[in-house]
Write a protein that binds this ligand. Structure first.
Ligand SMILES: [Zn+2]
Length: 286
């Protein structure tokens, strides 16, 4: 599968874990706050070290061609306020800019994922005391019981499902905006494999029994802490039994009817830059 955001390639920015303990006052900064990053015209802004605002939190992102980069959460909530853009809204712009956009996506996704984790996990999950930021922002440490806490990534599966006629299943979830359709997806639960999670979710949500499952690609999805793991699967029996709580509509779509239902506004597809859209584009391309 050809990913528009080069997710199958090595990381673009070297995370340089050995530099996480160092003073980073010389580093240029990505500005991030509450899931939004400082961006202009769909491009991530990197603020020179000399112009960095006073920080509530600094996280080391890595070194790019010998240049250190950090994510900074400004103390002043008003800093850059008019240029802060939600990462979800930037994914489309990043995806349209090739390798340069892939670099921005990588930095922004890491910055948002880490700073959101800090915001949501200020205390030790064992004893409840406040924890300290350490190792460049990649660990929080509890001084009371010496436990170290690491940022989490929660796996979720997303499955592009086709039937024997090569029609694609498009589903609408109750919590999505009207007419928005995508593939079935869900979180992996403790004690199951990715494949088992895919089979269980699809069974629960649509009453389908998946045949062969094929791994396609994955995408970090820091909203707030997921990685989406994409599969393709086929079903022998396309009979739908929707759970109606979570999935309120689903339909089998043939390639030749997709354009018409999109143009009429009957169906809104997942946005460019998401793995959901890439899975769909792959099916369209046959
Ligand atoms: Zn503790």
């Amino acid at each position: 599968m050809t990913l528009p955001w080069t997710l199958a390639d090595p990381l673009i920015v070297d995370r340089s874990a050995e530099r996480r303990e160092l003073d980073m006052s010389h580093a240029d900064a990505v500005i991030v706050r509450e899931g939004a990053v400082l961006a202009v015209d769909g491009r991530l802004v990197e603020v020179p070290a000399s112009e960095r605002p006073p920080a509530a939190l600094v996280v080391y992102l890595g070194s790019d061609a010998g240049r250190d980069l950090v994510a900074v959460v400004p103390e002043d909530h008003g800093f850059g306020a008019e240029r802060m853009v939600g990462l979800r809204d930037l994914m489309h712009a990043f995806a349209g800019r090739g390798d340069e956009g892939a670099r921005d996506r990588e930095l922004a996704a890491t910055a948002v994922a880490l700073t959101t984790w800090h915001a949501n996990h200020p205390r030790c999950s064992v004893c409840g005391r406040p924890t300290e930021v350490t190792r460049g922002g990649w660990v929080r440490r509890c001084e009371a019981d010496e436990r170290e806490h690491y940022p989490r990534t929660d796996p979720a599966v997303i499955v592009a499902i086709t039937d024997a006629a090569d029609r694609l299943l498009l589903a609408h979830a109750s919590y999505w905006s009207p007419r928005r359709y995508s593939h079935l997806a869900g979180y992996v639960e403790p004690g199951e494999s990715l494949e088992q999670a895919a089979r269980r979710e699809v069974g629960e949500e649509a009453g389908l029994t998946l045949g062969a499952l094929e791994y396609v690609a994955s995408q970090p999805w820091p909203f707030p802490a997921s990685i989406m793991v994409g599969f393709h699967a086929t079903v022998a029996d396309p009979t739908l039994r929707l759970d109606q709580d979570e999935i309120t509509d689903a339909r089998w779509v043939a390639r030749e009817e997709l354009d018409a239902i999109v143009e009429s506004g009957e169906v809104i597809l997942p946005p460019a830059g998401s793995i959901a859209r890439s899975l769909l584009d792959e099916w369209v391309a046959g």
